[in-house]
Design a protein around this ligand. Structure first.
Ligand SMILES: [Zn+2]
Ligand SMILES: [Zn+2]
Length: 283
């Protein structure tokens, strides 16, 4: 956490325009960190033969909704995040008040929502039913279960052969990557799972969204003086992924680095490319 705070200070100095969103990020990360300390999650049992079959066939180990969630801890964290959200911006504050009203009137039982499988479709349904902003509600729910998901991922990571998977989706939960990372001196490339945070190895020249490996239709752009961040574009599917080059950047939270370089997403969008997994902290 101390390292994260320090990096946030650095980034804020460099790009004062990002101050508000970086402060918000820090507060939520602190709340999530607190929640992690007392987390209780059920263990997941995996059969050895089953595991081998899945890897061979290219199936992820589990589905997103299979992660065990600590419902108590998630409800508590949800409340903390709502408190933070109320001070973040007027739209978020209005949405949080709406949600609190629904909960107070006993129309929505959060504990039940967290205890059942947290499926996106269901979150959308609840948002529809009560006229909530889907993006905000989903962000609050996802941020509240994040510590459980990450703890589940930590348990499953030793079941995975990260170097051999080489696919565009997460070997643990099957989700798409939110970012790509270059690491070690040789610049090995990794993808970061947008859902569970697992990192797995991938080819340098590869579009994770359409499996394109053709050198001629894969290129990248970056901003002058910011070569550690780049946008990897694919001309086959017209989508892109942001890459953070850790060969020339001290180890830091990739999600934070992504958040502090949203201007690169604007650039890519202007050029007509889409980001399949947008940064959940935007809007
Ligand atoms: Zn994953
Ligand atoms: Zn592509």
């Amino acid at each position: 956490m101390e390292k994260l705070k320090k990096r946030i200070e650095q980034l804020k100095k460099k790009r004062p325009g990002y101050g508000e969103i970086l402060d918000f990020y820090q507060k939520i990360r602190e709340a999530q960190d607190d929640a992690k300390a007392s987390l209780k999650i059920d263990s997941m049992k995996l059969k050895q033969e089953w595991k081998k079959f899945l890897a061979k066939e290219g199936f992820s180990l589990i589905q997103k909704e299979d992660f065990p969630v600590d419902a108590e801890a998630s409800v508590k964290l949800f409340q903390s995040i709502c408190r933070i959200g109320k001070e973040a911006n007027p739209h978020m504050a209005e949405q949080v008040r709406k949600i609190e009203e629904v909960i107070e009137n006993k129309k929505l039982e959060l504990r039940k929502l967290f205890k059942e499988e947290v499926i996106e479709k269901k979150v959308q349904q609840v948002a529809d039913e009560f006229g909530l902003d889907k993006k905000v509600f989903s962000f609050l729910i996802q941020s509240s279960i994040k510590p459980s998901i990450e703890a589940g991922m930590e348990r499953l990571r030793r079941e995975i052969e990260s170097e051999a998977w080489l696919k565009g989706y997460c070997p643990i939960c099957g989700s798409l990557p939110s970012l790509s990372l270059l690491k070690e001196e040789t610049g090995k490339r990794y993808l970061l799972c947008s859902y569970c945070g697992y990192q797995w190895r991938i080819d340098r020249l590869f579009c994770p969204f359409c499996n394109n490996k053709d050198q001629g239709s894969l290129h990248y752009l970056f901003a002058e003086g910011e070569e550690v961040y780049r946008i990897d574009l694919c001309d086959k599917c017209h989508q892109y992924i942001k890459t953070i080059d850790y060969r020339n950047l001290a180890e830091s939270d990739p999600v934070l680095e992504d958040l502090a370089t949203l201007h690169l997403d604007v650039l890519a969008t202007q050029k007509g490319y889409k980001r399949p997994v947008p940064n959940p902290w935007t809007d």
